[in-house]
Write a protein that binds this ligand. Sequence first.
Ligand SMILES: Cc1cc2nc3c(=O)[nH]c(=O)nc-3n(C[C@H](O)[C@H](O)[C@H](O)COP(=O)(O)O)c2cc1C
Length: 332
Amino acid sequence: MADLSTKYGSLKLKSPVIAGSSGLTDNIENMIQLEKAGAGAIVLKSLFEEEILKEMDIQLGAMGANTFIYPETVDFYDYYDGPRESTTTYLELVRKAKTSLAIPVIASINCMDAQNWTYFPGRLEEAGADAVELNIFNIPSDLNKSSEENEKIYFEIIREVQKQTKLPLFVKLSYYSSSLATFLRKVSESGVDGMILFNRFYNPDIDINKLELTNGGVLSTPGDIYQSLRWIAIMAKRVDCSLIASTGVHDAHGLIRQLLAGADAVQVASTLYTNGIPYLSAILNQLEEWMNEKGYSKLDDFKGMLCQSEADNPAVFSRTQFMKYFRGFPKS
Ligand SMILES: Cc1cc2nc3c(=O)[nH]c(=O)nc-3n(C[C@H](O)[C@H](O)[C@H](O)COP(=O)(O)O)c2cc1C
């Protein structure tokens, strides 16, 4: 039997397929099913920064404070014994997951600012989470903000969270950077355990009949893998932290390509919505079959074999134009 274990930052996982944060990871029943299907770890549905802040606001408001939250009041809030609806529920989910599962449980926070919510990862650690994932979502759409200003926020968030917890920290990033390779290298040097490339934003769309804005679809397709595949391959063996591929991994074919490109693991969400949770075990079975066929006994036998720094033709990963196809396509 092939050894499918992998390192995920400082965590050791029994398989390289992680259940990414989604509506499927907000309840224990699904988590147990995911573990049975062979998931290496589970990233819980995210708590939003605003949810933490709003709750603090409500609590403090009820106690006569105004809605402005100062750092000192955060400490106060920590010791306030009133009802804490959503953060309490989230911490309870972490505790329950830890008692129900043997695989690592990674708590997740969606954030865009290093505001006063950053105390919360300390609570996640107390509740027993094995790691924290920060989904930092910052669309650089402000015409008056420089790229430095847009990127500074990532490092502020990471630094503030590191002050609050010793847990392994993972950051889920986007490709919106004017100098992506440099940016990713800098993030990898900030003490994080791993980078997840990439998160998938809400996509606005346009309905041409109703002449109104709509939602561009929540689930990814297998064709959405390429952005992540390219950047995993470019960054592999050039950063110290783990690289985890996310977006568009729908099957064993996607998983194997990401491992060959240099990913330590992949996260999946859409494929579990489309094919059901047990499909995760089919992905792992097919990986094992492929490894047996190729004569590989462990992931390190082939992980990163086709990353940019090892590939025979590294320029492929920096190429942007389909020159020869543009000329002669379609062929008769
Ligand atoms: C219904 C749904 C809910 C999601 N909720 C979250 C979330 O709370 N936090 C988060 O970081 N990502 C969330 N995601 C994004 C996924 O974790 C993942 O990054 C994205 O779907 C791309 O991976 P995929 O192609 O395997 O679906 C969600 C995705 C879906 C489909």
